[in-house]
Design a protein around this ligand. Structure first.
Ligand SMILES: Cc1cc2nc3c(=O)[nH]c(=O)nc-3n(C[C@H](O)[C@H](O)[C@H](O)COP(=O)(O)OP(=O)(O)OC[C@H]3O[C@@H](n4cnc5c(N)ncnc54)[C@H](O)[C@@H]3O)c2cc1C
Length: 271
């Protein structure tokens, strides 16, 4: 357990203050120990993956940030801390199909399950058989059907006290190299520090298109800017504060509500 750790370099936005405590845990026992410490100290816990979908406050976190260093990939389970890109490479090596489309999505297996990460009309829920998690008392398993997977939603997103430990995948067929290459070529990711799409697409619309039609592309507050390439993305120009980003998020919501009477719902999480 480390004390007073800067979170700035631990998330892809490069924004955020200091975590009072930070623990990189490599086993279930170490995880349980870190949680017991938080309970005894009456401190909140935040589970962090690669930090590619979180806005970390400038004020930091007066609690315990726990990162799961669960990196195993076996026939029966994949650890929550495995980077998605490593899992895709492994499926390529083993000639297993089902995750080719996910090429280029940053983050861990745990983070991807939490937010049911997806692209090109696919989502990780398609290849999940079961998820192992810790509910604060016991280690349990949810079958896919019990995970309440939906567009960027899962039971874990609605119950942040559940900690994803790993998952069993069900791959189908061989690895499709062409699909993998196609998806990689089609990905257009704005340059600069970011955390992906800020909002979910409202049914029948693209959030980025709505924001663009409000004339907000390129709108800058402090050191944060609404991407000129993709209006659903905010870029940290180098020294943005979480307050700059919050101000842009609030502006995007207000303007879209005013012009289209649509309530944008955030995809990102906060720490
Ligand atoms: C350049 C870029 C491109 C992206 N493209 C896509 C895309 O195409 N599709 C897409 O869906 N997303 C995309 N994203 C967003 C992001 O990559 C995904 O949401 C990713 O799955 C987040 O994983 P992470 O490990 O970084 O999670 P984090 O950002 O660290 O955490 C996200 C949330 O998950 C929770 N969490 C993480 N691990 C666990 C765990 N083990 N147990 C319980 N809760 C946990 C955290 O508490 C937090 O609330 C992109 C982001 C970037 C920066």
């Amino acid at each position: 357990m480390e004390k007073d750790v800067s979170l700035k370099d631990k998330n892809s936005f490069h924004i955020g203050g200091i975590a009072k405590h930070y623990a990189l845990v490599s086993s279930k026992e170490e995880l349980i120990e870190a949680i017991a410490f938080a309970k005894e100290s009456k401190l909140p816990v935040f589970i962090m993956g690669e930090g590619s979908n979180i806005l970390v406050s400038d004020d930091g976190f007066k609690g315990v940030v726990i990162k799961l260093n669960f990196k195993q990939i076996t026939d029966s389970s994949v650890g929550a801390g495995v980077p998605l890109r490593d899992l895709i490479l492994e499926t390529k090596t083993l000639n297993l199909g089902g995750l080719e489309w996910a090429v280029g999505i940053p983050g861990t297996v745990g983070g991807a399950i939490f937010g049911n990460a997806g692209a090109f009309k696919h989502s990780i829920s398609e290849v999940i058989e079961e998820v192992e998690f810790f509910d604060g008392k016991e280690i349990k398993i949810f079958q896919n059907s019990e995970c309440s997977f939906n567009y960027r939603e899962s039971i874990f997103k609605n119950n942040p006290n559940l900690i994803i430990l790993g998952a069993k995948f069900r791959f189908k067929g061989g690895f499709d190299d062409e699909l993998n290459r196609d998806c990689l070529n089609k990905r257009s990711v704005p340059k600069g520090y970011s955390i992906g799409s800020i909002f979910k697409n409202p049914e029948g619309y693209f959030a980025g298109r709505l924001i663009e039609e409000c004339g907000l592309k390129g709108k800058k507050i402090g050191e944060a800017i609404i991407s000129k390439e993709h209006a659903n993305w905010i870029i940290n120009l180098g020294n943005a504060s979480s307050k700059d980003v919050e101000a842009l998020i609030s502006l995007m919501k207000t303007e879209v509500k005013k012009k289209f009477n649509i309530d944008l719902v955030e995809e990102i999480r906060r720490l």
